[in-house]
Design a protein around this ligand. Structure first.
Ligand code: TRP
Ligand code: SF4
Length: 404
């Protein structure tokens, strides 16, 4: 535990609706493994989210949940570094979702692009449900309940983080006003010392009276650099500065993962809905067969026909797995018909097997010790709950639900 600088919190979730594949590994898990060293990470299994699309067929959820956790651990996510839990083990997510639903305008949810997109993409499912409509708000609750600073997401989820920010802002605007807010803010200001308090006043006036954006930024920096004030006081002064109430719910930032786009067996992005995936649990023989059957440049009918890697999905795998030397060998060999396609696929097969082998070994070990996996999740869920409970105490108080 680092005692000098608090690491900023990162939160992310995954829906347990099937097996994890190489797209998840390259697009998400490798990034999680990196982030867990740099941030205070919370990673969770979004089982309630799975129900928003799979409510009529929930039987796949339990097995997917445990297999998913094992795959996370097998991929290198470390329960000593990150907090791992299951959403439904922290029922406070549902409470916050309900309370936030009271202040969320319908139009904000109608505007989320994934609502219409997904309904169209998953035509075979009836998604005209309340749960599906509200799932971006459930996601907002997932994020806000941990006061996460960053949410690692793909392009398709940025709109959800934006909604989360709007909901937080609205909550703080409506409820952040304590009856004696101004007085408390004034007192907090004094705790910074005379000189700083004066400076704060000057910058606050410049922002509020002349809309001076530079003054706003400078004042925020001044607050961030204060060592002697409590978190609550900082929340108050931030709100006082911006003309809102206390900042109870923290606006998160999306952490865009540089599109590690993992191609699938057909050259499109690897995704279950395209049927082009290679599972993290793929037995080596199956993987080898899948690769051998994989289509190549359609102009290369005979072995002696020259080909073009740009027209071949195998080349995209080389871009992920091969070094410059092998890549040259492919480029030259393909265009001059010096190598055959099976020959060309061999290094990719080898690299994939090498990548999956240690993961599959670890997964097999963990599958044999389900109690240990359960223990990890239990401890993580407990840890997550204590953070969530802290936020809920404040939220209930703000919404006048702390009476007895
Ligand atoms: N909606 C996300 C997905 O479909 C999963 C998710 C749920 C999530 N809650 C979250 C991701 C909170 C990040 C933060 O992939
Ligand atoms: Fe594709 Fe390699 Fe065959 Fe060229 S040699 S078509 S890059 S598989």
């Amino acid at each position: 535990m680092n005692t000098t600088v608090a690491k900023s919190r990162v939160l992310s979730g995954m829906r347990p609706t099937g097996r994890l594949h190489l797209g998840h590994y390259h697009g998400v898990l490798k990034n999680w493994v990196k982030l867990q060293h740099e941030h205070d990470c919370f990673f969770f299994v979004a089982d309630w989210h799975a129900l928003t699309t799979h409510y009529d067929d929930p039987s796949i959820i339990p097995a997917s949940v445990w297999e998913m956790v094992v795959d996370w651990l097998a991929a290198g996510v470390d329960p000593e570094k990150a907090t791992l839990f299951i959403q439904s083990h922290v029922p406070e997510h549902a409470e916050l979702h309900l309370l936030l639903s009271m202040i969320t305008p319908l139009g904000w949810l109608e505007r989320v692009p994934s609502f219409k997109d997904q309904q169209e993409k998953l035509k075979e499912r009836d998604l005209a449900t309340y749960g599906f409509f509200g799932y971006p708000l459930l996601q907002a609750a997932d994020i806000l309940i941990y006061r996460a600073a960053h949410v690692p997401v793909g392009e398709d989820q940025v709109a959800h983080v934006e909604l989360t920010r709007e909901v937080a802002r609205r909550f703080n605007h409506i409820y952040g006003r304590e009856p004696d807010f101004e007085e408390r803010a004034e007192q907090a200001k004094k705790k910074m010392g005379k000189k700083n308090a004066k400076q704060f006043d000057r910058m606050r006036r410049a922002y509020q009276e002349q809309g001076d954006g530079e003054a706003l930024l400078a004042a925020r920096e001044l607050l961030a650099s204060q060592q002697n004030i409590t978190v609550d006081d900082r929340e108050r002064l931030l709100g006082y500065l911006e003309g809102s109430g206390r900042v109870v719910l923290v606006e998160p930032q999306p952490l865009l993962t540089k599109a590690a786009k993992m191609p699938g067996l057909d050259g499109q992005k690897m995704s279950k809905s395209y049927g082009n995936t290679i599972s993290l649990r793929e037995p080596p023989e199956t993987l080898e067969n899948m690769l051998k059957r994989m289509p190549t440049d359609t102009n290369r009918v005979r072995r002696t026909d020259p080909g073009d890697p740009a027209r071949c999905p195998v080349w995209q795998f080389h871009e992920v797995y091969s070094d410059a030397e092998v890549q040259h060998w492919v480029q030259d060999g393909c265009r001059s018909a010096a190598i055959g396609c099976l020959e060309c696929k061999a290094p990719v097969i080898e690299a994939m097997l090498l990548e999956l082998k240690p993961m599959q070994e670890r997964a097999a070990e963990l599958d044999a010790k389900p109690e240990e996996v359960r223990r990890i999740i239990e401890a993580g869920s407990e840890q997550a709950r204590s953070v969530a409970e802290e936020t809920m105490r404040e939220v209930r108080e703000c919404m006048s639900l702390d009476f007895t």
